[in-house]
Structures are given as structure tokens and as C-alpha cells.
Design a protein around this ligand. Structure first.
Ligand SMILES: Cc1cc2nc3c(=O)[nH]c(=O)nc-3n(C[C@H](O)[C@H](O)[C@H](O)COP(=O)(O)O)c2cc1C
Ligand code: SF4
Length: 740
């Protein structure tokens, strides 16, 4: 059978090793190790899954050579002592078992340390504020932001670190890994030294490119001395920095030449530093292949293999750039969090089954590394969660009703059906998707549609009984063994003086001009908005509506009572959005600027809405002001819980999930939906907190479900024994009586 992607699945030589195919898992710190940095079962489970999926080369994420002075995340891997070798060896073995070659990326986070929080090492003394970094300054609820103090590394400390990096590399080799990579990208310590803009030293480690490269090249050299010249060393660096005075293409190419000369086996090209967070993190707005030009430029200058990455999602695109010789290897980070089986699905031509990463950063960045938790993915609840590996089909299917066809409901229906239950999914609208149908309309958020399409396809393939345009009654739902209430959230108008009736809900404002389309087959109501719009509210409803209206040329003023606008919205998306609000755009992107800047008024409430568009506002110091607008659009949301309460009152087994619990985002919806799907079982047991309980120890299950007889008494016991075996029972009774 012809392989659909011959270039993707052809081997390539990297130094002295042969990689079985061109798919590289580019380093991803999953922050899932033990507190001391020892390899955990989660680390093993996660990387084994990626190897099972068929990545040819897996580069394990940032691993520190010196935990005392620098850990990029609170539970990153550590390799600063020989006692870490056995754990690392198990990790390497878990990937080798499935044919992958593997490496560890060594990184000192420098100024971007999560641990220690303060007094961190850098190229120079400085104070930094990078609120989207996992090593950002912690600003407590009522404290003022000050910035994080960084101290300049002394020459002795640099030389010590050269030694520590090379010792760590030796341990990596000793553990059985095939190669090692140095992290010299994204503003971390080696990257900071290499950067023309971040490194302001005047000694032999600062100034010219040669000086700035000295630290990294010394580490490469020392590793080759300790591990032997045949042990492949790769370096990952930021090709461009996208800040004034930062690295540009020419230097990006020159660095590759220097690394090749220094004996590196390959280069792993990344982009950006923390000061250019858009390019470094690629939120949804970044198109596939935006960074390929860098690999193409480097390939013209060196002969060693080049890895490109950043927002690569489609096997077809990856195949094309390999076939055209624009890169040697394609790197996937988040794509393998969203679907570790991307390579094998591509190889088998099962493209529709690939769950494409939507670049939302909601799970892997916001809920994981920023929150100081282990790795997660918004659309793949199995990511980092070994519980899913234990997922089994049920022996006794139950009848499940899921009410609400948004992401929580769809994911619950998917998992419960995969497990063999009989699921009916009710959706009152004419289309599955819930709130995602609105979000897909926001310029820059079109990738949401990928997930929507994927899960709808899955439900169709699984032949789930889907009832559109149907809001079931309590009586209808009595037929089912359990109900999931995934009815989502809706907007409401808070108390306000004056003409509350003039306020337009955001659901009506965020509409594309088509009255009827595939998403709204029955047609919809369209509200004509004026030019000057006051957006009243916060969080995702407000950020999405602002982006939608801003891009459509409206003059938008956001009014929120909160001290900070969009505090719960994913930080990198806000980074891009704030630039767009200011009529600019993030690095590399070139969207059409908003016609008008978006104004944000924080700590302000709407006091009164008057006829003729006058709105009275009040700030935290009780100062009042009147603004004139054409339309007030409301973005306050609350859960729809009516049905849930009715079902509970009727004594029907019901659980709540997603925005019906509290309006939040996709991550929560998918995770709560899948938790339900995983939990449903034949016994329908609920604890006093109304939580469904399953996987009980068999003795406890039996104690909770078998018929309970009368309490123990000696007479009863004798009677039972007599009934079972009258003669033996009589004999044993005599014997035991005699002993006493
Ligand atoms: C959760 C997370 C952890 C990451 N950890 C690392 C890391 O340890 N080392 C590194 O060089 N890049 C790291 N990156 C950056 C990725 O390797 C990659 O360059 C970036 O996510 C863009 O590529 P993608 O679209 O394939 O995800 C990380 C990214 C994410 C989202
Ligand atoms: S959380 Fe979002 S960005 Fe991160 S891997 Fe999952 S889909 Fe991709």
C-alpha cells in the first residue's frame, strides 16, 4: 500500500543516529515530574503515548542542569545529580519501546525562573515584567505590581554552569537517550546571552555575536568532550526576536553556521523571546507555516538537519515543505498534546480523525504552566491524565441523556458512547456547537471551528442519537438512567437605572450578516448596532465581542467593574488583542487595523442608561461621567440551570457540566464533559455531594448494592450455618464450644 506522505515517513540521519521518520516532538515542558524533578509515572505515560503515536524523534522538554538556581516550571525535570539517571533511563526506555529516538532538552531558565522566584540569574541586572511567562512575578490579590529583580551572572557562575550543563548531558547519555539539545531560545538564560537586545554585558560574554555565542558554544564544546564527539548535540534558538534591536534574519542564519562549525548535529529553529510573546507562543491568530521561511533560509546555509516548528497542524502541509526541501524535519509541540496519534493517523490516511490543536493555549499554558499545574489540553482531556488509558467499554450499557450540544455535552456524549452506553444528545438549536458557534465568528478565532468539526464528525461516526431543535421536558427525561445538564450560559442584564430594555445581548451583536446559514439553518434575529458601542461586562463574552465589533469598524468602549479587564482570559491572546485594540498587531501578523482604537474603562460601573444614548458611568472614587453612545451591548453571563433544578427536584439522576456550572471556557467544558463520560456506569451511585462515583473497590460496591440482611446475632449465624451444611455446621459448633 502506498504511504500517503512519503517524505514525512522517510528516515533521516542525525549525526550518528537514524531517525525513523521526519516528525519531531519539539521540546515541551509538561511540568509533571515529582517535586524534586525526578521522572514521574505521568512523564512516562505522556512520552510513551507520543512514542506510541509514532513521532520519529522526541525531544523531552526543558530539563534543568541546576535546580538550585533555575527551574523553568515548578515541576520540570531535573538532571543535576547522578541520582536522576535511573528515572531518565526509564523515560528513554518508554519511548524506545515504540521505535522513537529521543533526546532531552537542557535548559537554564535564567530570568524566567519559576523556582527560585526571586534573586534569579540573568545576563544583566534588571527588573522585568512578563506576565505571560511561567516564571512571572507573582502579584498577590491586593499588592501592587513591581517587577521581578534579576541579577547578573558572574564569570565564575557562567563557568560553573558550563560544567553543570555538560554533566547533565553526560547523565542524559548515560540514561540511554540518543541525543541532547540545548535550549537557547525564548529569552531563557542561553538565549538571553545570545540576544543582541537582552545581553548588555561589556565583558567577553557580551557585545559582538562571537562574544554573545561564547557561553552556548562553550557548553557545546564541553558536552562533546564529556559525551564524545559522536553523541549528537542540537541547539534550539530563536531565529528572529521581533523587538527593536533584536535578532533578525541575517544573524539567525549566521548562528546556524556557527553551530554547525562547532560540531552540532542539527539545529532546531524556533522564534521570539518573551518580549515578543505572540511569535513565541503562536496563539490562534498565527497561521500554519508562518515560521517556515526561517528553516528555508537556514537550510541554504548549513548541511546539518534543520527542524522547523510553530503552528504546524496538517500532514499535507508538512509533507509539502519536506518535499520542497524547505526543511528536513517538522516539529510539533501542542499538536501532540491535542493528539499524540497524529503521526500514525497521518500514515494510515485517517486525516479526519486528527484532533487538530486549535492554538488556544487555554489548557497547556493557562491552566497548566501559568497556574503551576501539570500539563493539560483544552480539547484533549486525556492529555496528562493516565486515567484515560484505563478507559474500558462497559459490560452493561445505561441510557444517558445529554441536554445541550455545546462542547461539554458533545464531549460527554462522545466518551460515554465510546464506552458503550446508549446516548441521546438533545440540542434546542438547529446545530451542534453552543457558544462555539459565536466564537468561530471572531476574526482570529476561526481555528475553534477545527475542534467543532472534529467532534461533530466523531459524533456522526459513532452514530450518536442526536435530536436537534429539541428541548426535552422533565417527563421525557425520566426514561433515562442519568441526565447530563450541559445547557450552557446566557446573557442577563444586571440591575441598572433607566432603559435596561435598550440593552442588546452580546449573542445578538456577535452575528455575521447572514440570516440563515449552515450554523443557523432556521435563520436568526439580527440586531442593527449603531456606530458607537458601549460594551458592558468582562471576560470571554466581552473580549470576543470587542474583537468582533472592533474588526467590523465599530467604535468600542468597554466598561467593567473589575480592577483588571479580562483577568480570566488566556494571557497570550490578550497580548495580541491589546495590540489590536491599539490599532496595531502582534509580531509577524498583519491584520487590517481596527478603524477605531478600543477603549477599556476598568473599575467603572454603568449607573444609568437614558433615552437618546446617554449612559452614566461611575468610577471607584464615585466620580460620575456621562458618555454618548448609539448602542449598549451587554456581556454579563450566567448559567442556565432551570432544567437542572427541575430534574433534581423530580428525583432524576442529573449532573451539571460546562458553562451550566459557571460560565468559563472550552477547557472546562471539555474536561467536565469527558469526566462525566468516564464516570457513567451501570450502578448509578451518587455520593452525598451529588457526585457520581464509580471504580469502587468490589467489597465497597457490594456493601453499597447487595440486599442488606438483619444485623449479626449468634442465633442467626447458627441458623445460616445450619441451612448451608447442617452436619459440618453442627460438628464445628461442638468443637468450638469445647475449646471455649
Ligand atoms: C506547554 C508548553 C511547554 C513548552 N515547553 C517548551 C520547552 O520546554 N522548550 C522549548 O524549547 N519550547 C517549549 N515550548 C514551545 C514549543 O516547543 C513550540 O515552539 C511552540 O509551542 C510552538 O509550536 P507548536 O505550534 O507546535 O506548539 C512549549 C510550549 C508549550 C505550549
Ligand atoms: S490547550 Fe489549546 S493550544 Fe494547548 S495543546 Fe490543547 S488545543 Fe493546543
Amino acid at each position: 500500500m502506498a504511504v500517503p506522505f512519503p517524505h514525512l515517513f522517510s528516515p533521516i540521519q542525525l549525526g550518528n543516529i537514524e531517525l525513523p521518520n521526519r516528525v519531531v516532538h519539539v521540546p515541551t515542558d509538561i511540568s509533571s515530574s515529582h517535586a524534586d524533578g525526578e521522572v514521574s509515572e505521568r512523564d512516562i505515560h505522556h512520552h510513551a503515548d507520543i512514542a506510541r503515536g509514532g513521532a520519529g524523534f522526541i525531544i523531552v522538554g526543558a530539563t534543568t542542569p541546576d535546580a538550585k538556581t533555575g527551574r523553568p516550571t515548578v515541576t520540570c525535570l531535573v538532571a543535576d545529580g547522578d541520582n536522576y539517571i535511573p528515572g531518565l533511563a526509564r523515560l528513554a526506555e518508554s519511548m524506545h519501546r515504540y521505535g522513537s529516538k529521543c533526546a532531552v532538552q537542557l535548559q537554564h531558565p535564567g530570568r524566567q525562573c519559576a523556582i527560585p522566584r526571586y534573586n534569579t540569574l540573568g545576563a544583566n541586572d534588571r527588573v522585568i515584567k512578563i506576565p505571560w511567562s511561567a516564571g512571572h512575578e507573582i502579584v498577590y490579590e491586593n499588592a501592587e505590581e513591581k517587577g521581578k529583580q534579576i541579577r547578573e551572572a558572574s564569570i565564575t557562575e557562567i563557568l560553573d554552569l558550563v560544567d553543570m550543563f555538560s554533566e547533565a548531558a553526560w547523565r542524559v547519555k548515560q540514561a540511554g537517550f540518543d541525543a541532547v539539545e540545548l535550549h537557547a531560545a525564548h529569552g531563557y538564560l542561553l538565549s538571553e546571552f545570545m540576544s543582541p537586545v537582552l545581553n548588555r554585558r561589556t565583558d567577553r560574554f557580551g557585545g559582538t555575536l562571537e562574544n554573545r555565542m561564547r557561553f552556548t558554544l562553550a557548553v557545546v564544546d564541553q558536552i562533546r568532550k564529556k559525551c564524545g564527539k559522536s553523541f549528537p548535540v542540537l541547539v534550539r534558538y530563536s531565529f528572529e526576536e521581533f523587538v527593536p534591536g533584536g535578532r533578525t534574519l541575517e544573524e539567525g542564519v549566521e548562528i546556524a553556521r556557527m553551530l554547525e562549525q562547532a560540531g552540532c548535529a542539527g539545529v532546531d529553529i524556533s522564534q521570539g523571546i518573551q518580549e515578543s510573546a505572540g511569535a513565541g507562543f503562536d496563539p490562534m491568530q498565527y497561521p500554519q507555516g508562518w515560521a517556515t521561511y526561517a528553516a528555508e533560509a537556514v537550510k541554504k546555509a548549513v548541511r546539518i538537519p534543520v527542524i522547523t516548528s510553530h503552528s504546524l497542524r496538517d500532514p499535507e502541509y508538512c509533507e509539502r515543505i519536506l518535499a520542497e526541501g524547505r526543511t528536513d524535519l517538522v516539529g510539533l509541540s501542542r499538536q501532540l498534546l491535542a493528539d499524540p496519534y497524529w503521526p500514525v493517523k497521518a500514515q494510515l490516511g485517517r486525516l479526519k480523525s486528527i484532533r487538530k490543536c486549535i492554538s488556544c493555549l487555554g489548557g497547556c499554558w493557562q491552566e497548566s504552566l501559568m497556574a503551576k499545574h501539570e500539563i493539560q489540553c483544552s480539547i484533549n482531556a486525556a492529555c496528562g491524565n493516565p486515567e484515560f488509558a484505563e478507559m474500558r467499554r462497559t459490560g452493561k450499557p445505561v441510557r444517558v441523556a445529554v441536554v445541550g450540544g455545546g462542547p461539554a455535552g458533545m464531549e460527554a456524549a462522545r466518551i460515554a458512547t465510546e464506552r458503550g452506553h446508549q446516548v441521546t444528545l438533545f440540542e434546542q438549536a438547529g446545530e451542534l456547537g453552543g457558544g462555539m458557534l459565536y466564537v468561530c465568528l471572531v476574526p482570529g478565532k476561526e481555528k475553534m471551528r477545527w475542534y467543532l468539526d472534529w467532534i461533530r464528525d466523531q459524533l456522526l461516526d459513532l452514530q450518536v442519537d442526536i435530536r436537534l431543535n429539541h428541548a426535552p421536558t422533565v417527563d421525557e427525561l425520566r426514561e433515562y438512567d442519568v441526565v447530563l445538564n450541559a445547557t450552557g450560559a446566557e446573557s442577563y442584564v444586571p440591575e441598572v437605572h433607566g432603559r435596561a430594555d435598550l440593552v442588546v445581548p452580546f449573542e445578538d451583536a456577535m452575528a455575521c450578516p447572514k440570516v440563515a446559514c449552515e450554523c443557523h439553518p432556521g435563520g436568526r434575529r439580527l440586531t442593527k448596532l449603531g456606530q458607537r458601542v458601549l460594551l458592558w461586562g468582562d471576560h470571554y463574552a466581552a473580549t470576543d465581542t470587542a474583537a468582533f465589533l472592533g474588526a467590523h469598524g465599530k467604535e468600542v468602549t468597554i466598561v467593567t467593574e473589575n480592577r483588571e479587564f479580562a483577568a480570566e482570559t488566556e494571557v497570550i491572546h490578550m497580548y495580541v488583542l491589546r495590540k489590536r485594540f491599539a490599532q496595531g498587531d502582534a509580531e509577524v501578523l498583519a491584520s487590517r487595523p481596527y478603524k477605531h482604537a478600543v477603549t477599556v474603562l476598568t473599575g467603572t460601573r454603568v449607573l444609568e442608561i437614558r433615552d437618546g444614548g446617554e449612559v452614566v458611568l461611575e468610577d471607584r472614587d464615585f466620580n460620575q461621567a456621562t458618555v454618548e453612545v448609539d448602542t449598549v451591548v451587554n456581556c454579563h453571563t450566567r448559567s442556565k440551570v432551570g432544567l437542572f433544578q427541575e430534574l433534581r427536584a423530580a428525583g432524576i439522576h442529573v449532573l451539571n457540566a460546562g458553562d451550566a456550572v459557571r460560565p468559563r471556557n472550552l477547557y472546562h467544558a471539555v474536561h467536565e464533559g469527558s469526566a462525566f463520560g468516564l464516570a457513567v456506569d451501570e450502578h448509578m451511585l451518587f455520593n452525598p455531594n451529588h457526585a457520581m462515583i464509580n471504580n469502587l473497590p468490589i467489597d465497597v460496591l457490594s456493601q453499597l448494592t447487595r440486599p442488606e440482611g438483619p444485623a449479626y446475632s449468634r442465633v442467626l449465624m447458627e441458623e445460616q450455618l445450619r441451612q448451608l451444611t447442617p452436619t459440618v455446621a453442627a460438628g464445628s459448633r461442638g468443637h468450638s464450644n469445647g475449646e471455649r
